[in-house]
Design a binder for this molecule. Structure first.
Ligand SMILES: Nc1ncnc2c1ncn2[C@@H]1O[C@H](COP(=O)(O)OP(=O)(O)OP(=O)(O)O)[C@@H](O)[C@H]1O
Length: 447
């Protein structure tokens, strides 16, 4: 135990136990090619301070020690510190005051506070001010080791997250997402965090705003990028086909099922299944999907047994799903299950500053695809900037009552295809099953 009292001999840090967690985090830091983490240990109790410093050194950190707030301020001024291990009760100024100063002057510094058991309230206050973690004295070597490793992992995560954000921002995230507007920057920040998890994600946005691109980007930057990314258009398939596509079927399950087929949810293994147009999924299939997500298994059509699934689910829609829930057209429980992380993709009219970049991106793509040296007419970009990129009626809560012409017009906010676009023209589900066509939107009007 490490406490305010001198630590017993056997608790001294000659040989801290190396757990697999320790090795993994150390390897991650090394793999990230980052320099050793700089730790400042601040405690007026010399035995605790030295013990902490010793353990941190053993784990590969660079360590500086400070016996009071004054020494701590000097050390902070002298070297770039990544992690502050701070005792809250010290002479010469309270640890809380120091913590407050650090939060203001070094917002990205990770702070772990050490506090006596009797003052959990203070620890809560410290967390409120911005400490990232805390250790309650007396703590064991293992607790200290785990806390330091957690801090190291967090720094690696922060660094990776920053790198990914930069990649996405500069359009190098697989050369996919283009845009530098503040709303896109915000989106990249969210994506960089979401990509590392395997939680379900719900992407909401008007048609053509890049929802599928975002889903791919989440997959490609995630831990299972080597696994498949499988897009499924829930609005383009007949319900029976969706069921067999998603869940699979056994031989003879229905007319034409000559062979058993593994469903996409199972086939993706630890990859990503992208359920596009999730708002179009019929209610009975919503119930089956919900059960699949809850139980992490699916029962193929006609089968008597279930098979496990481990795919990540990313769903997207241009519908107002919350409103569909209120209207009883989308299951509330499925909505909550999918909506663990919610990403709203801003339409082009909210990021007009991206238009020149996007236009150049599309032109470049067209040049490569058609081996033609296209250029913009003199006033092309300014016309695109003047166009208002109106909201479309595909978000309407009563899609079946929306005239076909209106639904066709949902391409109007497409980020990159203002004139010609992919859309499903339909007034009924039957039509949407089979009909897919290109349509032309009104040209940008001169202001
Ligand atoms: N930020 C962006 N950067 C580069 N290309 C983009 C961006 N947003 C959209 N696009 C392009 O616009 C087209 C439509 O994108 P995508 O299919 O991802 O949109 P969507 O929101 O899924 O559309 P829908 O709702 O019709 O399925 C694609 O060619 C895509 O590459």
């Amino acid at each position: 135990m490490l406490s305010g009292r001198p630590a017993p001999r056997d608790a001294r840090p000659e040989a801290p136990r190396r757990t697999p967690l320790t090795q993994t985090a150390a390897e991650r830091v090394a793999a990230a090619g980052t320099p050793p983490m700089e730790v400042l240990v601040v405690d007026d109790d010399a035995s605790v301070r030295r013990a902490c410093a010793e353990i941190a050194r053993t784990l590969g950190f660079q360590v500086t020690e400070a016996a009071d707030a004054l020494q701590a301020r000097a050390a902070l001024a002298e070297r770039a510190t990544d992690l502050l291990l701070l005792d809250l009760h010290m002479p010469g100024g309270s640890g809380l005051t120091l913590l407050d100063e650090v939060r203001t002057a070094h917002p990205s510094m990770i702070v772990v506070v050490m506090t006596a058991y009797a003052s959990v309230k203070t620890a809560v206050e410290a967390m409120r001010i911005g400490a990232g973690d805390y250790l309650t004295k007396p703590f064991t070597l293992e607790e200290l080791t785990t806390t330091l490793e957690r801090a190291a992992q967090r720094r690696t995560f922060d660094a990776e997250s920053r790198a990914l954000r930069e990649k996405l921002r500069t359009g190098n995230g697989l050369g996919m997402l283009v845009g530098k507007s503040p709303v896109m920057e915000k989106l990249y920040r969210i994506l960089s965090k979401v990509a590392y998890t395997t939680h379900p994600v719900l992407i909401l946005g008007e048609s053509g705003t890049g929802k599928e691109l975002i889903a791919r980007s989440i997959h490609q930057n995630g831990p299972n990028k080597s696994r498949p990314f499988i897009p499924v258009d829930c609005g383009a398939l007949v319900p029976t086909l969706i069921e067999s596509e998603l869940f699979g079927h056994v031989k003879g399950a229905f007319t034409g099922a000559n062979r058993s087929k593994v469903g996409l949810l199972a086939a993706a293994e630890r990859g990503t299944v992208f359920l596009d147009e999730i708002g179009e999924l019929p209610l009975d299939l919503q119930a089956k999907l919900l059960r699949a997500l809850q139980e992490r298994e699916v029962r193929p059509v006609g089968a008597t047994h279930s098979v496990p699934i481990s795919a990540r689910i990313v769903a997207a829609t241009n519908r107002d799903l919350a409103q569909m829930v209120e209207q009883g057209r989308f299951r509330k429980d499925l909505f909550f299950r999918l909506n663990v992380v919610n990403i709203r993709v801003p339409p082009l009219r909210e990021r007009k500053s991206d238009i020149p970049l996007l236009a150049a991106h599309v032109l470049d793509r067209m040049r490569r695809e058609n081996s033609m040296n296209y250029t913009f007419a003199d006033d092309a970009i300014s016309l695109l900037m003047q166009y208002d990129w109106p909201a479309t009626c595909a978000n309407s809560s009563t899609p079946s009552s929306v005239p076909a012409r209106c639904r066709a017009a949902r391409c109007c906010t497409s980020a990159t295809s203002p004139r010609r676009c992919r859309t499903t023209v339909s007034t009924s589900r039957a039509a949407s099953r089979s009909t897919s066509s290109h349509t032309t939107c009104p040209p940008p009007s001169r202001a």
